[in-house]
Ligand binder design. Sequence first.
Ligand code: NAD
Length: 500
Amino acid sequence: MSKPQTRAQWEARAAALQIRSQAFIDGKYVDAASGKTFDCISPIDGRVICAVAECEAEDVDRAVAVSRAAFNSGRWSETSPVHRKRTLIRFAQLIDQHGEELALLESLDMGKPVGDALVVDVAATVRCMNWTGEAIDKVYDQVAPTGHHELGLVTHEPLGVIAAIVPWNFPMLMAAWKLAPALAMGNSVILKPSEKSPLTAIRLAELAIEAGIPPGVFNVLPGFGKGAGEPLALHMDVDGLVFTGSTAIGKHLMQCAGRSNLKRAYMECGGKSPNIVFADAPDLDAAAKAAASGIFYNQGEVCTAASRLLVERSIKDEFMARVVEAGRQMQPRHPFEPGAPMGAMVDQVQMERVLGYIGQGSDEGAKLTLGGRRVLAETGGFYIEPTIFDDVLHTMTISREEIFGPVLSAIAFDSEEEALRIANDSPYGLAAGVWTQNLSRAHRVARKLRAGSVWVNYWDGGDMTAPFGGYKQSGNGRDKSLHAFSKYTETKATWINLSG
Ligand code: NAD
């Protein structure tokens, strides 16, 4: 079948989808033990897509028992790295082959443009599986530097049962960033997708089996945070808890780990990323377009969204006129329309939350220079215009809190020191950008920014080859690259007496 080119073709493809909506435990689709379901609503038009299994504590107990049994059996955990590599590469191929279906599910479920879902989410998920699979048979253990009387081996072993709890903004990709290194190391995984976007996770489980990952090694439990996430976080037989989501829930899950069995816990959380534009930026047009797409891409529902734009005062008015123009070009459209720059907000709750922040920005005295309203309401979907506030003070709520929507706050600064002070004055530290032609300043500022990723003269660079994660309350641990393996391994020292 050829790739759909028009909205009508995507709609026809969507109508023909056979959507999986049950939990996946021990290699089989099953209902929740209670028989409960919840409605999966498409933010594109507010319609119910399907009823999804609502897993709770009983399902968690079952999935943990199955995962533990699979781990103990060694049928995945004790296979050779080269076997796991080949299996993950097959998994990547299957995701690629089903790319249009997965992109469609992602778009229907969370409202992002289907074109972006295909070229970003699916492509990056395939790359993540491939890269991680390729890497796992090239990672060596160590021999300690000892005298001749003994041998010290430093080896890395899989943790055991991993619970992965993920958000709705890049549902499949965030899952892949956990799944790939966890599986590559030989762990069993229980994935709890967000209740707002469970469909691709449920489908992935079936593809994993087809790729050759044994039953019980990868299980998916759709459900709510309290009902399914919390029993996983508190479970005494889960060895590792990996999370991507809000800082508030991340903090709560660290407590759950402490209150239960001190499971290894790694949290990737929110952001309020500063994008600093100096007057000597190499190309103000490119910087303005990046400032706009950095906040409006994926409807602003991006952990690294460039939500705080810091502009040197001498160019601020001229620069902001360009940003407003670039933002105006990014109006939301139906996510199946080719080239739609933005789609729908994930649900009504998130839309209302973002509109609340917009109202607060105006009330606190920021100047609204673009957007600010809900649009396309007649579709039944949840769309918000690209929105820009100018003359924002760093004390205002819209400059301090993560909005997680298409809302930009622009702040003027007069010196490098002031820009750095504002940029770093945040509980978050996920990403930051700096635009300047001055090489010394670029290095100096990049070094002083307290953020896990810093981009110079562009926004949102990245690849599987480099780690991703946050400073401060943006999280601990790192996803992607060889660094990610450390979250899924125990380190063992084995000493052998050679003198006997
Ligand atoms: P969220 O914290 O509300 O939910 C994330 C996940 O946690 C969901 O699966 C949810 O069901 C679950 N959950 C909620 N309450 C729970 C509880 N009491 N116990 C266990 N699980 C619970 O976040 P969200 O709204 O889904 O996602 C948006 C957030 O994710 C933003 O803050 C964004 O910045 C962050 N994010 C961070 C990164 C990163 O890599 N740092 C990437 C993407 C998104």
